[in-house]
Design a protein around this ligand. Structure first.
Ligand SMILES: CC(C)(COP(=O)(O)OP(=O)(O)OC[C@H]1O[C@@H](n2cnc3c(N)ncnc32)[C@H](O)[C@@H]1OP(=O)(O)O)[C@@H](O)C(=O)NCCC(=O)NCCS
Length: 188
């Protein structure tokens, strides 16, 4: 993929338009700030504590794009009265392999932007892009995993038409509790 992929999401009645684009080094400072949130730290395994870790994390996203197996997007929101956009979230398509029918999605939203459809709208854009881009290469379904007690994430999955599939047994340390597997297929 040559030019950076940029996905646009229209404004909703309660939320400005979103722009999804590959992570950049300029995102490190806001990423570190957003990562202080305890709820994010509770549910996300790879959080960053400082600029050095943030830089490594962004580099890992960039390596994923270069390798073609992991596609992480920063989710940005227009700010009224400002030309600068604000970091409000992350969506990622991962475990992509040519010819493999399944890949996985993940997401988080900055604490200050939750509850107004950022994750579900960004996930919809990611899902459409993923199928448009990789269906010809064998992609048939996207998998979404969350711990059973992550009710907000379960709701995002339901709203985004990722149907509940199975309970996954706990797999510490990354998944200390049982999980849900939700699946969305190309045809839905
Ligand atoms: C899960 C998360 C990404 C949702 O982000 P968001 O931008 O607020 O998501 P949306 O606004 O699209 O939807 C959230 C939905 O969950 C619901 N919700 C929020 N907290 C909830 C809770 N404790 N119990 C049940 N539902 C809850 C909201 O009401 C909303 O549903 P609605 O639109 O029907 O009212 C966000 O809470 C987050 O970043 N959590 C920490 C990281 C994380 O858990 N990532 C997912 C790992 S699998």
């Amino acid at each position: 993929m040559s030019a950076p992929v940029v996905l646009q999401v229209a404004a909703s009645p309660v939320s400005p338009a979103l722009v999804l684009r590959p992570w950049r080094m300029e995102d490190v400072a806001p990423l570190v700030e957003v990562s202080r949130d305890p709820t994010l730290r509770q549910w996300v395994s790879s959080v960053v504590d400082n600029d050095a870790e943030g830089t490594r994390w962004v580099q890992a996203q960039q390596q994923g794009w270069a390798a073609g197996d992991r596609f992480g997007f920063a989710v940005l929101e227009a700010q009224p009265g400002s030309i600068r956009e604000q970091l409000v979230g992350n969506v990622v398509l991962k475990e992509v392999t040519s010819g493999k029918p399944a890949a996985e999605v993940g997401y988080w939203t900055a604490a200050h932007a939750r509850g107004r459809g950022v994750a579900s709208r960004a996930l919809e854009a990611l899902t459409s892009w993923a199928f448009d881009t990789f269906e010809a290469d064998g992609l048939e379904r996207l998998e979404l995993l969350h711990q059973v007690d992550n009710l907000a994430s379960c709701r995002v999955a339901q709203k985004s038409r990722y149907d509940f599939d199975t309970i996954l047994p706990a797999a510490p340390p990354s998944f200390p509790r049982d999980g849900h597997l939700h699946i969305r297929r190309t045809s839905t």
